[in-house]
Design a binder for this molecule. Sequence first.
Ligand code: NI
Length: 207
Amino acid sequence: MSNAPSQSAAIGRLELVEYPHPALARKAKPLAQIDDAVRDAVAQMFDIMYEAQGVGLAANQVALPYRLFIVNVTGRRGVGEELVFLNPSLSRPRGTAVQEEGCLSLPGLRMDVRRPEQVVLDAWSLDGQPVHLDLNGFLARVVQHEFDHLEGRLFTDRLPEAAALEARRTLASMQEVFSGRQARGESPSHDQLVARLDALEAERCVV
Ligand code: NI
């Protein structure tokens, strides 16, 4: 981008954010450039994902408003393949599968989620190469879960009515904890969080 805002939106040190951080409900924007800060963010995201024993992590979950997610289906550093997908799109959903899911941004909540069994993923790798994968099984599930994050959607948005009611109770108590922290000044206000997301977006996205 040619006219970056004068107020720099440094990525800095990233942390996992939990519901209802506004980054999680926000539709992420395509990255217009891959710079050192983005590469550093990806490295931090792998650290955070392994630390939290996850198998996938979307940029929204570390309060970055970018269309980017990472996956390692083994969840273990040094085992399996580390995948990074930038500006992804999904197509050709086929079949149906139900499997229990959890989310690092919704700790303690695990529920059965119905999704297409197979899906085609098109994206870019971190070194700018096009990626085209026809996915099935667990990797297809993880990719769809992470892609949902980029759309501002959580797995709790895909539950049948009875399960959604149950999930809503957990979400309400998380909301209460989050608001309480803000009210005590222990975490930034909603407006401050959104202002940072706006600045990060203006710095690296096609607006
Ligand atoms: Ni998740």
